[in-house]
Design a protein around this ligand. Structure first.
Ligand code: ZN
Length: 576
């Protein structure tokens, strides 16, 4: 490809709305162009990479035995009403009407549609297991689209769905996808970690997110170097080594009510009383499936609502409204605590770290008052203790006892055992070998294809631009032709291009009438894995200069023209 014929626009300045490096670089390198908030046009360079990522995904899906289909983006509301998600998806789902006033959704995912399709074709256990997938555009009405393709309104996803005869059989389908994902990300040159994720109502170990570590990542992940445990913060568990006490023998001290005027948050009260936040019990009133429950955690900790939901076996937990808090405790949020709430029947649960806690400070259930010297066993009626907080750096791994670290990650994939949620709703049944009808068991598996493309850049760039792995680079080789007007020099470049293309290597020849500095800068910005300089001093000395993007200048090699193709191939061979 000649640069002069290619639709390439590189920009010197970062786009004003870009917050993270990969977003800035995608726009500056001319991979994509913003149309409106969360909407992008993929330009030829971006499209080439997107196609390469898709090709890798497709190959690994096929190899794992999944079969490709394509379902409509425009999905009739009836499907979503059958599963109940027409209501529960909320404002994040794009909805529209056709001219006959029928409701539709723009697909954010396709569990409903695929279940409807499969149930209409599969009727016998002999047709199972079955895994189908599609690579299709998906839509989400983001409140605040940001980070380029990371949180856009339109994005390319690979979504796969497995159908099995039983929960046990579904494990094999799950593992096939899990292993295929590891290959997909490795082939894209990405270091992606499988991380345990919340399994919702299914339980067990069968939900993993694949994360690329990056400071710009939106998700927190707890890692343990001791045993390799990795889990997202919704799910991560910790071991408690000691319970919260004031550090002195305070068992004999009696409770004492202290006025704390105007101090509402733990921070304010702790400043007012001159004691650390960890001496407090933070108490919050939640509405748990409509019933108020008080949740107590150490003062310097936050409640993990996902863990709370599972712990209480609830469908929905949310902070209770102002009136509920007042009715249940006798005070407003900020002054509530587990000692003698107004409603004596109020259920109280607490984090495991509070078991046996003495000498702590709690809200007094009277506005602007707290109580000190509280012995929870003696003074409060805690119904149950559990792991209810979000883990943080240094917390102890529940598996091996070593401290964990929290890192940031970008989620690029998710594998999930769904159970029978959708097959029940759609009555997707098969006949077993006794001819009895049974419900199929599903799994679902997503890869953010456009997001993966950006994650590669977030993980692999430097101050000059992108550093593409060879497998997904828009072009693997850029030949910087320094004297495009000199016929003999141009011939060397285009002959080399032809020789490389014959070997299946993608090449772009920078034949612009630009200064060498401009060409090198653009080649570095776009990040072609190998740059070859044809012309100038090199050619005068009988060769071309070959340099990998990931190496510095000192590793540049002068290679005789006749050996150039082989040397470039070798340079590419060492790259992912
Ligand atoms: Zn561990």
């Amino acid at each position: 490809m000649k640069w002069t014929k290619a639709l390439i626009q590189t920009l010197r300045d970062d786009p004003a709305d870009a917050e993270i490096d990969s977003h800035k670089l995608m726009v500056r390198a001319g991979l994509m162009k913003k149309v409106a908030g969360g909407l992008y046009t993929y330009l030829p360079l971006g499209m080439r990479t997107l196609n390469k990522v898709q090709k890798i995904v497709r190959e690994e899906m096929d190899r794992a035995g999944a079969q490709e289909i394509v379902m409509p983006i425009l999905q009739p509301a009836e499907l979503w009403k059958t599963s109940g998600r027409w209501e529960s998806m909320g404002p994040g789902m794009f909805r529209l009407k056709d001219r006959a006033q029928h409701d539709y959704a723009l697909s954010p995912t396709a569990e409903e549609m695929v279940t409807d399709v499969v149930k209409s074709i599969v009727s016998s256990y002999r047709q199972l297991p079955l895994t189908v997938y599609q690579i299709q555009w998906k839509f989400r009405d983001e409140i605040r689209p940001r980070f380029g393709l990371m949180r856009s309104k339109e994005f390319l996803m690979k979504d796969a769905y497995s159908f099995d005869t039983s929960l046990e059989a579904a494990d094999a389908s799950y593992m096939a996808m899990f292993n295929a994902y590891k290959k997909v990300f490795a082939r894209c040159g990405l270091k992606a970690y499988p991380v345990e994720a919340d399994t919702g109502d299914i339980g067990g170990k069968f939900s993993h997110e694949f994360h690329v570590l990056a400071d710009a990542g939106e998700d927190g992940i707890a890692f343990c170097d001791g045993c390799g445990y990795a889990a997202n913060l919704e799910k991560a568990e910790r071991k408690v080594c000691a319970s919260l006490t004031s550090g002195k023998d305070s068992a004999s001290l009696l409770m004492e009510v202290i006025p704390t005027p105007g101090a509402k948050t733990i921070e304010q009260v702790s400043k007012f009383m001159g004691v650390p936040g960890s001496a407090f019990v933070k108490s919050l009133v939640y509405s748990v499936d409509g019933t108020p429950v008080m949740v107590c955690v150490p003062g310097d900790r936050d409640v993990n609502e996902v863990k709370l939901k599972h712990f209480l076996g609830a469908k929905k937990v949310e902070l209770a409204d102002y009136e509920t808090v007042l009715r249940a405790t006798g005070a407003n949020a900020g002054s509530v605590g587990p000692v003698n709430p107004a409603d004596a029947t109020l259920k109280i649960v607490a984090d495991q770290e509070l078991k046996g806690a003495k000498g702590c400070i709690v809200g007094a259930n009277k506005d602007d008052h707290h109580i000190k010297n509280v012995d929870l066993d003696r003074d409060a009626k805690i119904g149950d203790y559990g792991d209810l907080v979000i883990v943080r750096d240094g917390d102890i791994c529940a598996k091996c006892g070593k401290p964990m670290v929290i890192k940031r990650g970008i989620e690029v994939g998710h594998v999930f055992k769904l159970g029978t949620k959708y097959t029940d709703a759609f009555k997707a049944v098969y006949k077993n070998d006794q001819l009895a009808e049974q419900v199929m068991v599903m799994g679902c598996y997503g890869i953010g294809v456009s997001r993966t493309m950006q994650a590669v850049i977030e993980q692999s760039h430097d101050k000059d631009g992108i550093v593409w792995p060879a497998s997904v680079a828009p072009y693997q080789v850029c030949i910087s032709l320094l004297d495009p007007d000199k016929e003999d020099v141009a011939k060397v470049a285009f002959d080399l291009e032809a020789a490389l293309e014959a070997e299946g290597i993608d090449v772009i020849v920078d034949d612009r009438a630009e200064r060498p500095g401009v060409k090198f800068k653009d080649a570095d910005l776009i990040g072609f894995p190998v740059r070859v300089v044809v012309g100038g001093k090199g050619l005068a000395n009988g060769g071309v200069e070959v340099k990998r993007r990931c190496d510095d200048k000192s590793k540049m090699k002068l290679v005789p023209v006749a050996e150039a193709a082989a040397a470039i191939k070798e340079a590419l061979g060492g790259l992912a």
